[in-house]
Design a protein around this ligand. Structure first.
Ligand code: SF4
Length: 955
């Protein structure tokens, strides 16, 4: 008999204290346990109990230590004393900094609140920043979503009350077939890794659709190296095949979508293409059993999905499904006809369609979970359809992204895989129908001196009346979001702010106030012109065209060099923070969840959490909700005070867990003074799994909708009907045809008519972004590496050791054609500029595509790196080559380089050519930017970081 083995402790204490909090090294917000020793961070591990990561920690998360101790951390408030970009700053006290900011902001608020443009980057406190901006009264507020993946979010919310990532998640435990479109470590990182390992352990098939085979695509069972910008064509071809072969879930379509609703046929009329609404304002269908028109919500027979029917007013109507059927059965979407453009062969497309249908229907299953739908029908079983999908920026950052993103949801809906076991599962507070989502505020009448804005800045227009335009139809926001240029700009258009402010179009501003938005580098398309605009002066007055720039960040980046006033932020390990259901939630499919950050260490510099600073500024400005009747700050304890005591609606606040006097209420309940203590005791998160009967079909699940209304997630218990046909788009089209009381400026009419199609369609991005002819035949895109996130990852001492520069990856075929070898210097040129980079040859890339890693290239002298650091000497950004505006055309309006529906930056539509360079040739691109001077207080550079040395045992 074997002797008992000694127990090995795999996790011995290595410090003298452990504090739990939430990671901020990317957007996933995993739970972490920070081990402290002698007042310093010794080690970071994943929190095994946390719903997001269940203990998994990635390289970035572990390297949070080097983020916290980065030499690039700002140390004290700074005031510019030289020209912008000179790096000449003087250190000032917080009182002076806050007095200065208050004086600038108070003057603007008293004269014209539009003079403030407040935009934030990849921050995680938008519930606070949006509330602050609303109280201030400027219409000009948004975060970075317009530059990121707003197409994905907007398309999902206009279609099915949800989207991917924070809104829903594949059922990793039951999916048999998983398709991943355009995803490379962006957004959901650890959750996807955990999910893929579950799928692989069960032998489920994973198909990655991406021009580049890296990361998740590299471990997929099948890689489809699609040509950028053609995902929509591929998806519509899959729909073509499924519809052609009758492999769609008709029961699901009839019950939960608008497939049977009748659409008015009135060619040239003012209601052409709208849904017909009958009695009680309900849509109608044709009841094929009763042979009559009926209220579609109460149809007691079989609704027709095809045919033409006479409406009660004598006009004719056709079911949505028939319009959809005709659209995708069109031969332009047949596999044979899309093969060349997509770079995929027709047989593969047909096979994928067959595999999808087999997984959805032949592997369908039932769970013993009874439920009742919102129409009163009892279902004894819950049907599973084990096909799941996930998509992100790769399909959305194109000028055709909105329609592509909507198409991927239509594909899932046709297969009946939305919020079912095995499919895509909603995460509370989603789904939210369009009636539960806000409309944007910012029309001229919404903006008053010294007053709060009438409503929220961002929202979901459903009628032209909701646009933020004046009586002439011109934009009222500085970024032109929600104007005829980009009507569904749900996340704003941060990428247009600097150019518009510089031009004074639609009006000049006084102060640009930014937080964590590296607009002079990573977050700008057209970096050189953006920098020129930030530094340009009015020849007449000698003043900067953008008079004041206030910037807050924890680190000295490329952007800090252009600010007039710098408010230094803490690192994520030095502050209270809130991952709120009112913001970008971290819920799980089984129920809502939220989290906090707690300070793990006190700052050792004269810095303050931006959230505290914002509340302080709000109190100094006397903003609604930030001062008491006596004029004292409402939240003297700063952000953590706000997290507990602020109520957005009665009994609904920032934190959903442990509400009420005894902490027994969830989501809605009175303020609990012990709430923060309860979070910290619980590892800094809260998660409430729902009963199984509330976990599926939540768009139409009566019990769930009742729960959601009670918790304030939705405004009523009506079913959230999936919009196969998005009538909302047609309303804008009709306005462009001259109907209704809204003026559509002549210049925008054709564009609205073309792109506001209520059914997704595919067009070449160049139809919007203008053709480059044969001059720039290659697509150029970026991928986010597993070990970096935004620009702050590339300065991290440990992550830099994984990668300190980047190369341009090209296919073997292209290398041969151009006689390029590995490491050769090559020119990459777009119609906007050229940069010199090194080449790397690889197999797993679409033949028409070149690509590189994102966010590694740095400007010399920034981020406390050596001026000769490889990130600035060998690393590069493709941003230098991307247009922010479309090329000037005589007599034509100059649009931003964006999707015409949502205004999403179309930075994945970059077209380039490459040619071999002489290594000695000077580069007028990336390295043409002068070295920036580091701000005062930057510590002397060390040649080698030896952080761990302090913990070594003395011998
Ligand atoms: S995926 Fe990694 S970096 Fe992102 S939050 Fe989780 S541990 Fe942190």
């Amino acid at each position: 008999m074997n002797a008992p083995q000694p127990q090995i402790k795999t996790s011995s204490p290595i410090g003298d204290e452990i504090k739990e909090t939430t990671c901020y090294m990317c957007a996933c917000r995993c739970g972490i346990r920070v081990h402290l020793k002698d007042g310093a961070i010794r080690y970071i591990e994943g929190n095994k109990d946390h719903p997001v990561n269940k203990g998994v920690l990635c390289a970035k998360g572990a390297a949070g230590i080097m983020q916290h101790y980065s030499p690039a951390r700002l140390r004290k408030p700074l005031r510019r004393v030289g020209d912008r970009g000179s790096g000449e700053y003087k250190e000032i006290e917080w009182d002076e900094a806050l007095d200065t900011a208050t004086a600038w902001l108070a003057r603007i608020r008293a004269t014209d609140p539009r003079g403030l443009a407040f935009f934030t980057g990849r921050d995680q406190s938008q519930a606070l920043t949006s509330w602050w901006a609303k109280a201030y009264g400027t219409p000009n507020y948004a975060a970075h979503g317009g530059f990121c993946s707003v197409n994905m979010a907007a398309a999902g919310l206009y279609t099915m009350g949800s989207a991917f990532w924070e809104f829903s998640e594949p059922d990793w435990d039951r999916a048999e077939y998983f398709m991943l479109f355009g995803v490379a470590e962006d957004h959901a990182s650890n959750p996807i890794k955990r999910g893929l390992s579950k799928l692989k352990a069960r032998g489920a098939k994973c198909v990655a659709v991406n021009p580049v085979r890296t990361g998740y695509a590299a471990v997929a069972d099948e890689w489809l190296g699609i040509t950028p910008g053609t995902d929509g064509l591929f998806i519509m071809s899959l729909m073509h095949e499924l519809l052609r072969s009758g492999k769609v879930d008709l029961d699901f379509l009839i019950r939960y979508t608008n497939a049977s609703w009748l659409v008015i046929e009135e060619s040239g009329g003012q209601e052409d293409g709208l849904i017909y609404y009958g009695e009680k304002g309900r849509p109608v269908c044709w009841n094929a059993d009763a042979q009559e028109i009926q209220n579609a919500y109460e149809c007691d027979g079989k609704p027709a999905l095809k045919g033409t029917y006479t409406l009660p007013d004598g006009r004719t109507g056709r079911p949505v499904f028939e319009l959809l059927f005709e659209r995708y059965l069109d031969k332009r979407y047949s596999p044979d006809n899309v093969a060349e453009a997509t770079g995929l062969d027709a047989a593969t497309i047909r096979r994928i369609a067959v595999e999808l249908a087999e997984a959805a229907f032949d592997k369908s299953f039932e769970l013993d979970i009874p439920w009742t739908d919102a129409y009163g029908r009892r279902h004894e079983k819950t049907i599973g359809r084990p096909v799941a999908m996930h998509a992100m920026r790769g399909i959305s950052a194109h000028a055709n992204g909105f329609h592509t993103c909507r198409a991927i949801h239509l594909l899932q809906i046709l297969l009946g895989t939305i919020d079912v076991p095995g499919g895509l599962r909603y995460k509370p507070p989603y789904p939210k129908g369009l009636d539960s989502l806000p409309r944007p505020s910012g029309r001229p009448e919404d903006v008053l001196r010294n007053a709060a804005l009438a409503g929220p800045h961002l929202g979901f227009p459903t009628w032209p009346q909701h646009l933020l335009v004046d009586e002439k139809g011109d934009p009222t926001r500085i970024d032109k979001a929600f104007s005829w240029e980009a009507p569904f700009a749900a996340h704003g258009m941060m990428h247009t702010v600097i150019a518009n402010a510089w031009k004074g179009d639609p009006y000049p501003i006084d102060t640009l106030f930014m937080y964590m938005a590296n607009m002079a580098w990573n977050s700008a398309m057209n970096t050189s012109d953006t920098i020129a605009m930030l530094t340009d002066k009015d020849a007449r007055t000698g003043e900067y065209k953008i008079p004041h720039i206030i910037y807050s960040d924890a680190f000295a980046s490329e952007m800090t060099a252009y600010a007039d006033l710098i408010l230094p932020d803490t690192t994520y390990l030095e502050r209270w923070d809130c991952i709120s259901l009112l913001d970008r939630p971290i819920s799980e499919p089984d129920g809502p969840a939220d989290a906090i950050r707690q300070p793990v260490l006190e700052p050792d510099r004269d810095v303050r959490p931006f959230q505290d600073v914002l509340l302080d500024l709000g109190a100094r400005l006397g903003l609604d909700g930030m001062i008491t009747k006596n004029g004292a700050p409402t939240f003297p304890g700063g952000y953590v005070d706000y997290m507990v005591h602020h109520q957005r609606l009665p009994e609904i606040g920032m934190l959903a867990g442990w509400r009420g006097d005894d902490g027994s209420d969830a989501v809605r309940g009175p303020v609990n003074q012990d709430q923060i203590a309860r979070y910290t005791e619980n590892g800094c998160f809260w998660h409430e799994p729902l009963p199984e009967g509330l976990q599926y079909y939540r768009h139409s699940n009566a019990a769930y909708l009742g729960y959601a209304k009670d918790k304030g997630f939705v405004t009523d218990t009506n079913p959230i009907v999936m919009n196969l046909y998005a009538e909302e788009l047609q309303r804008f089209r009709l306005a462009a045809r001259g109907f209704g009381d809204r003026t559509v400026p002549e210049v925008h009419r054709t564009r609205i008519e073309t792109y506001f199609d209520p059914l997704p369609f595919w067009y070449r991005p160049e139809d919007v972004t203008q053709k480059t002819g044969d001059s720039y035949p290659l697509h150029a895109i970026t991928q986010r590496p597993a070990h970096m996130y935004h620009s702050w990852g590339g300065q991290n001492a440990w992550l830099r050791q994984i990668q300190g520069d980047n190369k341009l990856y090209i296919s073997e075929l292209l290398a041969k054609e151009k006689n390029i070898q590995d490491e050769d210097w090559i020119w990459v040129e777009s119609r906007h500029g050229r940069i010199k980079v090194r080449a790397k040859i690889m197999n797993g890339v679409n033949q028409q595509t070149v690509w590189t890693w994102n966010a590694i290239g740095k400007r010399s002298g920034t981020w406390a790196l050596d001026p000769d650091a490889s990130e600035s000497q060998k690393g590069f950004l493709l941003n230098h080559l991307i247009d922010d505006l479309l090329p000037e055309q005589p007599g034509q309006y100059r649009y931003s380089n964006s999707d015409p529906v949502t205004g999403q930056a179309a930075w994945f539509d970059l077209r380039v050519r490459i040619e071999k360079a002489d290594a000695a040739e000077p580069d007028d691109g990336q390295s043409g930017f002068a070295t920036l001077k580091p701000p005062p207080g930057t510590p002397p550079r060390v040649k080698m970081s030896q952080y761990g040395k302090r913990f070594r045992r003395k011998t």
